[in-house]
Design a protein around this ligand. Structure first.
Ligand SMILES: [Zn+2]
Length: 339
């Protein structure tokens, strides 16, 4: 890679997506902000370096009372030094001079600072904002690990809506064409960023069209479902008569996939009922919903060498939001190259 801050120019054509599984997870600088989502959907951002510190070291509490000191020892007339430390009294000897006893106390306190590290269970329950890679709708995924990933060359990437991300050159970034390494992106490429889309509406699809889609879909059953097939949601096996065909990307979300047989998968009746109910709930509310949207890369440049970190999120989500850009999560197994 070329050093310095020289802009990487390239044709404004789309990037070449990396083979899905081959594209590595993102490696981010400590100042990168990860978007966290709570169960109510409230979002907050936290710097990755800080999250890494909390994850592995927890918080440092100071002991509010540092008891101890120097007192005259009745029997000998000497000066007795003692300190209360972690609930126990530490005897620091008898001293001829008061100053010597006080020095012993001060030295002990300097060697044994009165605070303790405490791991926070709540840190391990954090969920990241992530996106369904088929529908691009926002989801949340539990963070499984946050780990240091070594010192490596970093790229700085900016989008036309002002997102700025600094990440390792090989980091997987979501584009409309699929996952792509940051180093394969050029100015003019598009990357997926946090955004909002109008909530899909059932009203947008006339009832006659919906009926037609239903008829066409059931005609594909005998062709697309094996005599003994598996439900793509729960993974259990069923005879064909107990399986239906489901639009994986719902018709209300993307009408262009309504008659695309690659968008049809066998589903058992109980799973279908749950999925349909969720989709109808979604389609009935008005307003905007969170989804990943494409934005154009306006700048990409080498930006030094830096300590990087990676984040593992719970399956099946494999992505997270880093400084507003959809980034591939690291794999659970530590790659051999990482330190
Ligand atoms: Zn099922």
């Amino acid at each position: 890679m070329s050093g310095g801050m020289g802009a990487r120019s390239g044709e404004a054509t789309g990037p070449k997506p990396a083979e899905g599984a081959v594209c590595p997870g993102g490696r981010l600088t400590g100042a990168t902000e990860i978007t966290l989502a709570n169960p109510k959907g409230d979002l907050r951002r936290r710097q990755l370096g800080e999250l890494h510190r909390l994850w592995h070291q927890g918080v440092r509490d100071s002991d509010p009372v540092a008891k101890g000191g120097v007192q005259r020892h009745g029997g000998t007339g000497k000066w007795q030094a003692q300190v209360k430390f972690r609930g126990k009294v530490q005897w620091l000897g008898l001293h001829e001079e008061r100053e010597a006893a006080e020095r012993a106390v001060a030295e002990f306190r300097a060697r044994n600072p009165n605070h303790r590290q405490r791991l926070l269970a709540s840190v391990r329950r954090n969920h990241a904002r992530s996106y369904c890679e088929r529908t691009l709708l926002a989801e949340r995924a539990r963070i499984v690990d946050v780990r240091a990933a070594g010192v490596e060359p970093v790229l700085r990437l900016a989008t036309d809506n002002g997102r700025l991300l600094r990440c390792g050159a090989g980091s997987g970034i979501l584009t409309p064409e699929g996952w792509c390494r940051a180093e394969d992106l050029a100015v003019g490429a598009r990357v997926m960023v946090a955004g909002k889309v109008p909530r899909p509406s059932e009203a947008a699809i006339p009832p006659s069209l919906r009926r037609g889609i239903g008829v066409w879909t059931s005609m594909q059953r005998s062709r697309l479902i094996r005599p003994l097939g598996a439900c793509y949601v729960c993974g259990l096996s069923f005879p064909r008569t107990e399986l239906e065909l489901d639009h994986v990307v719902p018709v209300v979300l993307d009408l262009s996939k309504a008659l695309d047989e690659r968008n049809l998968s066998p589903i058992c009746a109980p799973c279908h009922a749950v999925k349909n109910a969720e989709e109808q709930r979604l389609a009935r509310r008005a307003g905007m919903i969170a989804a990943a949207r494409p934005q154009t890369v306006v700048m990409i440049a080498s930006d030094g060498v830096e300590q990087t970190y990676e984040v593992v999120v719970e399956e099946p989500a494999s992505n997270l939001l880093a400084d507003g850009i959809v980034l591939k999560g690291a794999s659970r197994e530590k790659p051999a190259a990482s330190r």
